[in-house]
Design a protein around this ligand. Structure first.
Ligand SMILES: [Zn+2]
Length: 435
């Protein structure tokens, strides 16, 4: 969020009134939720060229754009998901898969108020092609950001899905892989590091070499981790963020101190850690207009099915057991000043593209973040991780959602979306819905 000040805004308004075009938008009378200053003000937002350009008290002279009446509604920045696999959805029943593809998924996400996402492992050339095509010729859909492949050990995590990824075993190979990948301009480099896990993993020197190589190109790194040692090593290597939360025990004090001191962010993905248990315990969540709008009946029905796979049942039981520990670690991270950011790991069983961002917000509040901090984690702070200026101030991207009830009174109200504004335009949400 860039607070340039209202005098500049007034100046911009004076200069540009005659240039306002039909694409311009005026959002009138909403309760504007400013997560940075933790305040709500009733204000009009003037939008032009995809940005918020003013807060006029009246309709500017010469304005002939669309006026959105937001009175009685809450206006907040768009949501961002920093951990997705945007191919579609999977549910915990044999064969329950929905290959919607990244473009359709991006539309459903937008329906759910998610205006940007970070794909953390997909088909490298395909995902970069779709991202670049979207940047060149924007069509309705959440903004695609992508890591491309995972950097992992031969037969390591990410190699089990039957799609190619980048393999490395030595620091030299790590540097080579990052060098090649950097030429494709990934938004982040994703590295799998879990030496104590069941699958093979790169060693510490190789992970560190990959982090340093990415940093030398100015590319942020996201490290998939499994235990607290993995996080210690990732932090010492200079990683930008770690994703997932170790389940065995609560975060040790030295890891808290290290993450805080090194400025390592956490993308905990509570939505996947607690997803199968959440959706099978609360099948009524699947009846919400939002859930219905983003997925097919077959995926939703899978969570109510008696045919949930034995593996998923064990996973659900473990989630119920480890949930409190995971939430406590997230609470401690947040209280220690570590940036906790919204990411869902959607694409995995227990998640639904778009909907799970709202589940993640619910879980962050359950962990002990107040609604303001949870909203910042899913809007301004998550966007800043992608180098995007989200907010409700002048100069911020005009990616906004309008809600029928206050998300500060009840975080579940983020699901009560009645309008989505993306790249400065009000979206036709019906056209984005799952068919
Ligand atoms: Zn993932």
């Amino acid at each position: 969020m860039r607070r340039i000040g209202s005098c500049l805004a007034a100046l911009a308004l004076a200069l540009s009134v005659t240039d306002l075009g039909a694409q311009d938008l005026l959002v009138v009378g909403g309760h504007v939720v400013d997560v940075e200053s933790r305040s709500v003000r009733t204000e009009n937002l003037l939008i032009s060229d995809g940005e918020i350009v003013g807060t006029p008290t009246d309709v500017p002279a010469g304005f002939d754009g669309e006026i959105v009446d937001a009175s009685g509604r809450w206006v907040l920045p768009g949501l961002v998901d920093l951990h997705t696999h945007s191919f579609g959805n999977r549910a915990p029943v044999e064969g329950a898969m929905e290959f919607a593809g990244t473009v359709v998924t991006s539309q459903r996400m937008l329906y759910a108020g998610v205006t940007a996402f970070l794909d953390l492992f997909g088909l490298e050339d395909q995902i970069f092609f779709m991202r670049d095509a979207q940047r060149e010729n924007p069509t309705p859909g959440a903004d695609i950001h992508a890591a491309g492949p995972c950097l992992t050990a031969p037969e390591g995590h990410c190699s089990e899905y039957g799609i190619p990824t980048r393999l490395m075993s030595t620091p030299d190979e790590a540097r080579e892989q990052v060098e090649e990948l950097a030429a494709k301009d990934p938004d982040v480099v994703k590295i799998v590091y879990a030496p104590a896990g069941r699958m093979p993993s790169v060693d510490r020197a190789t992970m560190t070499a990959a982090v340093l190589a990415a940093s030398s190109h100015g590319i942020p790194t996201v490290i998939h981790v499994q235990d607290w040692d993995d996080i210690r090593h990732a932090a010492l290597a200079g990683a930008t963020a770690v994703t997932h939360v170790p389940e065995e025990d609560v975060i040790p004090d030295d890891v808290l101190a290290l993450m805080a001191e090194r400025g390592v962010a956490s993308i905990p993905t509570l939505a996947v850690h607690l997803g199968v248990s959440g959706l099978t315990t609360h099948p009524e969540w699947l009846d919400s207009p939002l859930a219905v709008g983003v997925t097919s009946a077959s995926i939703r029905d899978a969570y109510r099915s008696s045919e949930i796979t034995p593996g998923a049942r064990r996973w659900r039981d473990r989630q119920i057991e480890t949930g409190p520990t995971i939430l406590e670690s997230v609470r401690r991270m947040h209280e220690s000043g570590i940036r906790v950011l919204v990411g869902t790991d959607s694409g995995n069983p227990g998640t639904i593209q778009g909907w799970s961002v709202h589940h993640e917000l619910m879980k962050l509040v359950a962990a002990g973040l107040d609604p303001w901090d949870a909203l910042a984690a899913g809007t301004t702070n998550a966007a800043a991780f992608l180098d995007r200026a989200y907010g409700v101030g002048i100069g911020d991207a005009a990616n906004l959602i309008l809600l029928d009830a206050s998300p500060l009174e009840d975080i579940r109200n983020t699901q009560r979306i009645s309008d989505v504004i993306h790249r400065g335009q009000r979206m036709d949400r019906d056209a984005l819905k799952a068919g």
